[in-house]
Design a protein around this ligand. Sequence first.
Ligand SMILES: [Zn+2]
Length: 330
Amino acid sequence: MNERQIIIKGIRWIKGIKYYVGELISPDGLLQEKEFTENNLREGIAKNSDYFDIEIDNKGIVVKKDDSNFQRLPTHLLINKPTSLRTATSINNLAKYAKDAWGVKIVDLSGLDPKAIKDTFIQMQRVMRDFEFLVGRITEISKRDKDFMGYLPEPDMSGCRITFNTEYYRKLKSIKVAYEAEVSTKGAPSGTEFEHAGVHELGHDVNAFIVQEVQPTLNLRMDDWNNRWEATNIVNEAFVEVELNANIIRSFEEFGESFSDTSDEDVVLLFNLLSVQERRRALVVSISTYAVKKGDEETIAEAFADWYANGDASSPLSKSIMSIIRRRVQ
Ligand SMILES: [Zn+2]
């Protein structure tokens, strides 16, 4: 059999969006679970059928009805051949991947280094897998000569544009060297690499999604975003729940030295005697200096980069922020 099959197994709702869960079976028998939105399905063209045993297109994709829980699907079905990120080597393939897998409408990355983009996409895909609602939110991935990467939300927080700076991303070496310089001066979280800039931007989009969920009107969403209401709430909650111990406190740049000869018990006591602002700042700076620069939205984005690079070894506030956020979007 020289065809790929999509077997639709059922329907799953995630944050109010209906996903059709299917198994994609390639000719070599590899099986992969995949979720399709209604839009994905509508975009394709198919014949009507009572049982869904449909040959969709000339690419040999066949869709079949599978189990009894199956709910009748619209008659238009997916025909886009999903591209694989693993095998994508050109900017064109990577753009196709972003369109197919993430539903990005416009991708303009011409002239950029494919390896730099691919490595960034691989990290972004990890975030997409953990926060499935992000799929379909990026409307555009393009170029802009600002920062390393950039994030621009829609005014109603329904999606975003993500950008790469041509100056750095034209050559893998340029972005690597520039990002490493940021890490070495604590501008970016230690342990992160350039590809985690993409994770940082998706951290902003998770923040935007939460604002969209919490605020019912366009004006409130814009006010929230511009004043960082939700971002501050999240960082405050994370600060309250953060887990600290003497060694972590000693590692804080601004206090570490003065605590070097103090017993573990006293370190914790003395730290807790500091003002809330001083303690909060010490925790934020322990992620990166960029995390304090603009405001709490950057702390959240930096926590994402930190966590996806370092996991359990990331800064205590990053870990706490990630657990607050997971709870918020559950
Ligand atoms: Zn940012």
